[in-house]
Design a protein around this ligand. Structure first.
Ligand code: NAP
Length: 343
């Protein structure tokens, strides 16, 4: 099979750099062109010393023929660069939120802009392979999910689909600071985040509408009401989400039968592991895994599900490559087999 020619738009952000790390080691991919704004004209290895052994030059625009483009642009700007590529027939995997939501009316409310191409929102496929693998395989435009959203949707999908919980759900998530991106901000400055934990976006985080959208699609009769509270924690990578919901009928379930339901639901999902102990963010560090630990608080008849992933891999660049593998009919795990780094 010929190599897939790939390009990365905005290689100088954290997701762009992580895409480059994964794609330049992918056995079926030739990374032929990468772009950046302020670093255009420099070598990637000059910007990121970890690429010193590579020859990639950062260009202002994609400048070679490609089969697939990965956009690692901020929202709004991403849609602007993607639309001309789609017109040229290039497959696009977008790490931003610009094509995740099916309802264009949500964009002004959550992202502060009017969507430039609402007709593409129905065509775009929400790139969560564990739920949409078949649609992804034939898509032209894949909307890679948000990092928090991936952890919450994968944690809750089996019980929502099976109607095992009441629709009143709490998702308490913690993220490492790379989730906020590479752009300098006071809130992610070392003295602000080190030895500190804080909740934020209590009035509604941008990932909430995509979590609601996907869980609603899984069970039209459940219509979940979700309180989602993200926290910033002093680590570089990783998300840990703890999800809570009242069990609809606790007599039907034990912790073991619940785990069995999760194992069955994800039996064809190579990157979802149902763990025997509560997972740590480090267990997924640098991998494309989502580790899920479902259990029951018997005293309160409540479901507890803990999920862990690396926000830059399964929460971003790795999931984008998983989507590319499906798009080009490769084994889903190609180029994504790395084990977690320990300790
Ligand atoms: N970080 C995560 O964990 C994560 C996970 C999933 C999805 N995502 C999504 O992936 C996308 C990239 O995220 P990120 O965290 O990699 O971002 P980031 O690190 O904050 O990206 C910053 C880079 O974007 C460039 N940039 C900013 N505005 C630009 C514009 N209008 N046009 C061109 N370049 C621009 C900046 O380059 P200059 O040096 O030129 O200013 C900077 O290098 C976002 O849409 C984000 O929501 C992020």
């Amino acid at each position: 099979m010929p190599q897939i020619k790939a390009g990365i738009i905005n290689v100088t952000g954290y997701i762009g750099a992580e895409l480059a790390r994964i794609l330049c080691q992918h056995p079926q991919v030739e990374l032929v062109t990468v772009t950046g704004r302020s670093a255009a004209g420099q070598k990637l290895g000059d910007v990121f010393p970890s690429f010193a052994e590579t020859e990639y030059a950062i260009k202002a625009e994609l400048d070679s023929e490609i089969d697939v483009a990965f956009s690692a642009m901020p929202h709004k700007s991403s849609a602007e660069v993607i639309l001309p590529l789609l017109k040229q027939g290039i497959k696009v995997i977008d790490a931003s939120a610009d094509f995740r939501l099916k309802n264009a009316d949500e964009y002004p409310k959550w992202y502060g802009f009017t969507h430039p191409s609402p007709e593409l929102l129905t065509e775009a496929v929400f790139g969560l392979p564990e739920l949409h693998g078949n649609e992804i395989a034939s898509a032209s435009l894949i909307a890679n999910p948000g990092c928090y959203s991936t952890s919450a949707i994968l944690a809750l999908a089996p019980v929502v689909k099976e109607g095992l919980i009441y629709p009143d759900i709490v998702v308490d998530s913690k993220s490492g600071v790379s989730g906020a991106g590479r752009t300098l901000r006071l809130t992610t400055h070392y003295p602000e985040v080190n030895e500190n934990i804080c909740a934020y976006s209590l009035e509604g985080h941008r990932h909430l509408p995509e979590i609601e959208q996907e869980l609603k699609t899984l069970n039209l009769s459940l219509s979940p009401s979700i309180t989602f509270v993200p926290h910033l924690v002093p680590m570089t990578r990783g998300i840990l989400s703890t999800c809570y919901a009242k069990l609809a009928d606790s007599r039907r379930l034990t912790a073991n039968s619940l785990k069995q339901i999760y194992r069955e639901f994800y039996k064809h999902a190579p990157f979802v592991q149902i763990t025997t102990n509560p997972p740590h963010t480090k267990h997924a560090w640098g991998t494309n895994l989502c580790l899920i630990y479902p259990t029951i608080d018997a005293k309160a008849d409540r479901l507890i599900v803990i999920s862990c992933l690396d926000n830059l891999v399964k929460g971003g660049a790795g999931q984008a490559v998983q989507n590319m593998n499906l798009l080009f009919d490769l084994p889903e795990t190609t180029g994504l087999e790395a084990l977690a780094i320990y300790p």
